[in-house]
Each structure stands twice: as structure tokens, then as C-alpha cells.
Design a protein. Structure first.
Ligand SMILES: [Zn+2]
Length: 178
């Protein structure tokens, strides 16, 4: 692509800068948009990526993008310097406040670090018809990013139940990569 000479030498803006939100810039409409709008973006992007690069690549892109967001979210909104139960409590509160979903921890295996967690009313998939496969790959990345940053260990989160597999909550298995 040809370079725009007016932008030459300008630093590309960071992820955090894209998210910068100032009340004065939407003083009538405010900070929120409907779930429908979020899903229009998510699923149109998903379709486009799938058509161009195939299903596996689309899934990897969603996971990787979710991880970027999860790391940012953890860094910006969560205190990493507290025990796991308090950290999780804070994460629950923030996820609810931001209407991402209702987080519950089902099980923590202290020895291996494996965590089983559920997200109810998930913004990405609640109400979706049964597709026979989980669809919350972005959330998988989001959770792995948060847990990796908090623990300092490389976490992978895999969704095992989803609205799209006929369940009423999304359930994730988060494990430390060997
Ligand atoms: Zn799901």
C-alpha cells in the first residue's frame, strides 16, 4: 500500500489510545451500545475472517484478539497484587459492571492451577441457537489473557459448554500450558 505522506513519520496509535473514551465525545448517547451492535461487529468480522482465511485461522485470530483485550482489561481495571479469591471477586464485579457476563468459579485445583469457570448471560452468545459447537473463542482468549497476566503463567482457556452447544452458560477450562 502507498504511504500517506501526510501521516508519514506519525506514530501508530496504541490499543489503549483507541479505547480512550471521554464523556464529552458522546454527551447525548453516553458510554453504552446495545448487545446487538456488539454482535453485529463480532459476527460480521467472524464471517469475513472465516470466508477469507478458513475456520481454524478465524478461531485463532479471535483467541489472539481476545487475549490482547484480556491483558489490557486486567492491566487497566484489576489489581493483580492480591490473592486469587479476591482477584476473582474483583473480576466478577468488573465483568458484571461492564455487562460482559456473570462470572462464577466452579473449581480451582491449586496443585495444577486448573480453573473451571462459567459465564452466564455472556454478551457474545446468550440466546444463540444450537450450532453444535462453542463460539466464544474471543472469550477464551480474554480469559486466558487475564489469568496469564495475573499468574505470570501461560494460561489457555477452552470453552467446553456454550449457548451454541445447547447450554445456558458458557463453561471454560483454564489450564497452565506445559
Ligand atoms: Zn459461549
Amino acid at each position: 500500500m502507498e504511504e500517506n505522506i501526510f501521516l508519514a513519520g506519525q506514530k501508530p496509535i496504541t490499543f489503549a489510545e483507541y479505547l480512550r473514551y471521554d464523556k464529552n465525545c458522546r454527551n447525548n448517547l453516553g458510554a453504552e451500545v446495545p448487545v446487538l451492535v456488539y454482535r453485529m461487529l463480532e459476527f460480521s468480522l467472524k464471517e469475513e475472517l472465516r470466508q477469507r482465511y478458513g475456520k481454524q485461522e478465524q478461531i485463532e485470530i479471535f483467541r489472539s484478539a481476545g487475549k490482547m483485550a484480556g491483558e489490557y482489561f486486567a492491566q487497566t481495571y484489576l489489581n493483580m497484587d492480591q490473592p486469587l479469591d479476591r482477584f476473582v471477586g474483583e473480576l466478577q464485579t468488573k465483568m458484571q459492571e461492564m455487562k460482559i457476563g456473570v462470572l462464577r468459579i466452579e473449581d480451582v485445583d491449586e496443585a495444577s492451577g486448573k480453573i473451571i469457570l462459567t459465564v452466564a448471560e455472556d454478551a457474545d452468545c446468550s440466546g444463540l441457537p444450537v450450532l453444535g459447537e462453542t463460539v466464544c473463542n474471543y472469550d477464551e482468549g480474554f480469559i486466558s489473557g487475564i489469568l496469564s497476566l495475573y499468574s505470570g503463567k501461560p494460561y489457555t482457556a477452552i470453552e467446553v459448554d456454550c449457548w451454541a452447544t445447547g447450554d445456558r452458560v458458557c463453561r471454560f477450562h483454564a489450564t497452565v500450558e506445559e
